[in-house]
Design a protein around this ligand. Structure first.
Ligand code: PMT
Length: 217
């Protein structure tokens, strides 16, 4: 199969030296890419800026902003059987990028206007496909700190994916920038499966096995 994976954070610039971002290390997405490669799949890994080495056999596309990630996903999605959107994409970006470094001057406060970024996962819901060319199996992640299941179920419904992977990022040692994670899988059918706390590499292998089940491999 051809598996497209997004990983890592995006960076949304304010000026030539500053940006808005988040704590995603890319470890979860890179582990999924590696698990897919290890089971013989072709992988396109679309990665935000991280400190990880690209998996040798993946086609890795490096991006920085959410707009670049959107364009890269749309450039590669038509070939994909499975799309796993694990990246922590910024929901908002500065309305204006200043061409020069913003000076502190005599300001006593500073207000930044943000506008929504394009929602990559949502954009895959209505992807036009030829009649005999089925939609890819689209997997979204939902990073939540509270009411995890309810928020993830709402994302599954709103974004129209086949599977949403709920990631409770409120605990210590799981979620962002850690080696372990704990995931709850919610399928469009309503089925729920829990992948207990384990190394991200182990969870990634379990996720790929689930893709095999879906495709009867
Ligand atoms: O990178 P690590 O340090 O290993 O951490 C892993 C992780 C915590 C980042 C990962 O497991 C995870 O939960 N990724 C999703 C993070 C996130 O941004 O979730 P969200 O609930 O804000 O977004 C929901 C979904 O929409 C995600 O699939 C996201 O990729 C997608 N999205 C969000 C915004 C946007 N503009 N476009 C999108 O496609």
């Amino acid at each position: 199969m051809k598996i497209l994976v997004t990983a890592g954070p995006t960076r949304e610039p304010l000026d030539p030296v500053r940006y808005l971002s988040n704590r995603s290390s890319g470890k979860m997405g890179y582990a999924i890419a590696q698990a897919a490669l290890d089971t013989g799949h072709e992988v396109v890994l679309i990665s935000g800026p991280v400190a990880l080495a690209a998996p040798p056999r993946a086609r890795t596309v490096q991006v920085t902003t959410s707009d670049e990630m959107y364009e890269a996903v749309h450039a590669w999605v038509r070939d994909a059987d499975v799309c796993v959107l694990c990246a922590a994409v910024a929901d908002f970006r500065p309305a204006k990028i200043e061409p020069r470094k913003i000076k502190k001057g005599a300001r006593s406060s500073f207000t930044l206007e943000l506008v929504p970024t394009r929602d990559i996962l949502l954009s895959l819901r209505d992807l036009p496909r030829a009649e005999n060319d089925p939609r890819p199996f689209v997997v979204g992640f939902a990073a939540e700190t509270n009411d995890v299941l309810a928020h993830a179920q709402e994302k599954l419904r709103a974004k129209g994916c086949a599977l949403i992977v709920a990631n409770d990022v409120s605990g210590a040692g799981v979620g962002f920038d850690s080696d372990e994670n704990e995931l709850t899988l919610i399928f469009a059918s309503g089925e729920i499966r829990v992948l207990a706390r384990a190394k991200k590499t182990v969870l990634a292998a379990s996720l790929v096995k689930i893709f095999h089940e879906f495709f009867n491999l």
